[in-house]
Design a protein around this ligand. Sequence first.
Ligand code: IVH
Length: 657
Amino acid sequence: MEQLRAELRRHEHLYYVLDRPEISDAAYDGLMRRLQELEREHPEIPVPADSPTLRVGGAPREGFVKVRHSAPMLSLDNALDEGELADFDRRVRELLAGEEYLYAAELKLDGLSMAAHYEYGVLKQALTRGDGTVGEEVTENARTLRTLPLRVTKPRWPRFEVRGEVIMSKPAFDKLNTERARQELSPYANPRNSAAGSLRVLDPSITASRQLEYHAYFLLVDGRPALESHWASLEELKRMGFKVNPAARRLAGIEELAAYCREWGEKRDDLPYEIDGVVAKVDSVAQQERLGWTAKAPRWAIAFKFTARQAETVLENIDVQVGRTGVLTPVARLSPVVVSGVTVTNATLHNEDYIRELDLYAGDTVVVERSGDVIPRVVRVARPGPRAERFSMPETCPVCGAPVLRAEGEAASRCVNSSCPARLKESILHYSARSVMDIDGVGDKLVDQLVDLGLVKSIADLYELKAEQLAALERMGEKSAATIVANIAVTRERPLARVIAGLGIPFVGERTAQFLAEGLASMDALIQAEEAQLQLVEEVGPKIAQSIRRFFAESHNRELVERLRQAGLQFVSGGPARAKAGPLLGMTFVLTGTLPTLARDEAKAKIEAAGGKVTGSVSKKTSVVVAGEEAGSKLDKARELGIPVWDESELLKRITE
Ligand code: IVH
């Protein structure tokens, strides 16, 4: 078995990393099947964590565990043209005061970044970027990435971390979307979204089927660069068996760097995967340290973004959508057109004035642009169409029929009905969004059903949903219903800043919410603060202050906040990690043995989110012992003391009750 594993590893490296296979796919599959057979026939011999058979994906899990990164995974500042690139170079030169320096230039792969932690050469843990500080643990899924070694050759450090990009190639993306269309599933918008969607799934066998690639670009020890230069790190990564993007170059000076950017701007369509620019990093780590970081990004690196891609297409119609603040947004319905590898059918038209300015009519041929990675925009009319009917904002809401008002001096028209179902749906989606309360599983389809069936009339109703109610909905099994209820329950743990952002106060985004939570420290202070006091908070000016006051002046908003308080959400900043409400409130748990689906830290997180506490040893104070396979002395002790013992399914049932 070990011989087969070594053989398979060698062929994987030849095939996926070096692009130089020595045997046919069928021969490789044959070796893999033989190893699978042997592992199955000999359950008494443990399967090591780096066995190639694990590449096909282990058992699904219940949810993702959040893990703090060794050092933040920050992003990069952008240079949008050669002028800005030259500005970056000038800053570097000035800060390095005359020293010589080199750049390591790489392609900016359009995927998602992931950190992989190795111990004694073996892949131990993989984390997505998450919010940059805390990522989601996706180890089982990461094991299925063919260019991510499960074990490395002769590691130089007992522990090290690799950071890089998970991408999906254009052919794999096309294949996946063709398959999804066949199954009448909605297609993924672009390879990046589909790479993200394929890595963040609970079932690793899905990740395995998606042919994702991993390209490594950082080598860290204890959160700091492992070697003296970026280039040396890339070399070491290659030696250990990682895939390092072959286009990486070491360059001297801005001319060479600009030429590299130009070259790849022209050649990007020849690559089998999407890139959206070039990343340049000052090569020497000592110099990187001297240059340092701003709050958001390193001063020693820059992302040169390629210019926007444009295409012409016909504007078939202008529809109107209602957002969570009631704002009506005109949306361009376009004849499908491919813009830099993505099929575009919709684009926002912002508001009535934007349409007037561009002098847009349905039937016109228009120029559509995708700038960087953002939503497509209609930039101008290429050729006018027949121009029969001019667009005007409807006078009544297209969803609920209530009057539409456009306040003086504002570009936006709003539906006046605060309980308009379209507004409610959008508010719930906003509240559940990844960057806000991050409720996995609450998407368009579910929200439509929840609102249409009257199960949810306010965000606060989410906390009263029962698994049975959800299980009765279309396309929902009991297990996923329970998972969603649990996912909602854990949001009781989210910090005050996210709760504030979740309220959907106009002009209060995540960043402002963060400042408000830091500055005022509690929801009550926010509710009571006068405009002048609000303006003492960083980045809050008269407009935001007024918007906050108006929001809390409305009784239904105050009611919502009170109900969220009762639901047990965090209303003070830096509050305790444990939930202050929930079905397990006041109970003390001890975990023992291996649970069938939950890892220990997952079980702990779930118990805490439901208000319970987890301790290490059984005593008279223990309320319940949760026992799995091979539970030992703790279980005996529980029996001795007459403490109730639950299994995992009992625990999950109680949490969702
Ligand atoms: S370096 C602090 N190198 O672009 C250093 N990033 O805005 C940050 N990316 O989040 C990352 N290719 O997802 C780096 N060769 C490359 C990259 C790359 C793609 C992504 C990465 C990051 C974002 C930076």
